[in-house]
Design a protein around this ligand. Structure first.
Ligand code: UDP
Ligand code: MG
Length: 307
């Protein structure tokens, strides 16, 4: 029988984790699916690791991985994938916002021969207006960059072993799982699901961390901001033509001494464009520097597996 591995990134989830494990157990056993749960403790500050080890000591089909510090959800997903032994591998949140029943649906599609099954949000759950607008803008850029419609994409997926291996072979350090798993291709289908309320604990995202995440992802997947620099250059060149002609005409007519205000405005305007462009280019250089350092994506300090 086929084995389904489920990777569950967990950061400060002591409250919900036992519930998640119990619900997955009952749903998957009811469906007669052989499974393995991999909880990746992303350097939690609470008792998450203790809860995981407790669960793992009671249940042989639970594996726990503990990071040396918080490396982020992306790193946790990739660590879990590296440990997955299954013929297919599901990825879901620890807070039960991704319904386990949908996972079963995904598994059945995998059985029918699909290699990548994506969870697509039917509704985005409760989000305030400003957040929704920010998210909308972000996904517009990302969809353009990856040529995949990302507006309702989520990290809730089920991948065939082949797809998992391909993802693990990708060398980049700035990963964006959601986009990478679409980019690899393969026989793909999607399943709609309703984002559930968080069962307990709280969301780990602050406005600041979301914005930082968005910039990292945009830089990792798109060179559009660099083209913006070129665009700004073209625009100022056109402006230079118009002003240049005007200045020469005025000089010819003998009014050349005026226009000090224009000079100040031009210096300020061009100065800020140059600075911002340098900032954008600098950001990409910083990302390249980060990549070439070839640091590991995460550091595992403990696992529940006995070697
Ligand atoms: N998570 C993680 N590392 C982090 C932040 C979050 O592993 O640094 C996990 C978290 O435990 C949860 C999933 O990622 O299983 C989604 O996080 P959360 O529910 O906070 O995000 P939201 O659902 O609000 O987007
Ligand atoms: Mg959540």
């Amino acid at each position: 029988m086929a084995l389904l591995s489920i990777v569950i990134p967990s950061y400060n989830e002591e409250q919900v984790l036992p519930k998640t494990a119990a619900i997955l157990k009952s749903v998957l056993e009811e469906e007669n699916i052989e499974y393995q749960l991999i909880f990746v403790d992303d350097g939690s500050g609470d008792d998450t690791w203790k809860v995981i080890t407790d669960e793992a000591s009671k249940n042989p089909w639970i594996t726990g991985i503990h990071f040396s510090r918080n490396f982020g959800k992306e790193a946790a997903i990739f660590a879990g994938l590296a440990y997955a032994r299954g013929d297919c591998c599901g990825i879901m949140d620890c807070d039960l916002q991704h319904p386990p029943r949908t996972l079963v649906e995904m598994y059945r599609l995998w059985e029918q021969g699909y290699e990548v099954v994506e969870g697509v949000k039917r509704s985005r759950g409760q989000e305030n207006l400003l957040y929704a607008a920010g998210v909308g803008f972000f996904y517009k850029i990302m969809s353009k960059a990856t040529r995949v419609n990302m507006s309702r994409a989520s990290d809730f997926k089920l991948l065939d072993k082949k797809a998992v291996e391909v993802l693990l072979d990708m060398p980049e350090r700035n990963t964006f799982f959601r986009a990478m798993s679409s980019w690899i291709g393969y026989k793909t289908t999607s399943v709609e699901f309703d984002v559930q309320e968080r069962v307990g604990g709280e969301s780990k995202w602050s406005a600041r961390s979301l914005i930082r995440y968005a910039f990292t992802d945009i830089a990792a997947y798109s060179s559009a901001p660099m083209q913006l620099v070129t665009g700004a250059g073209v625009l100022t060149f056109l402006l230079a033509l118009v002003l240049g002609i005007q200045t020469i005409l005025r000089f010819a007519m003998g009014h050349a001494v005026e226009g000090f205000t224009t000079v100040i405005l031009l210096i300020l305007f061009l100065g800020s464009i140059v600075m911002m462009s340098l900032g954008i280019i600098g950001y990409y250089i910083a990302k390249i520097y980060e990549e070439i350092k070839r640091r590991p994506r995460y550091i595992i300090s403990k696992t529940t597996e006995k070697c």
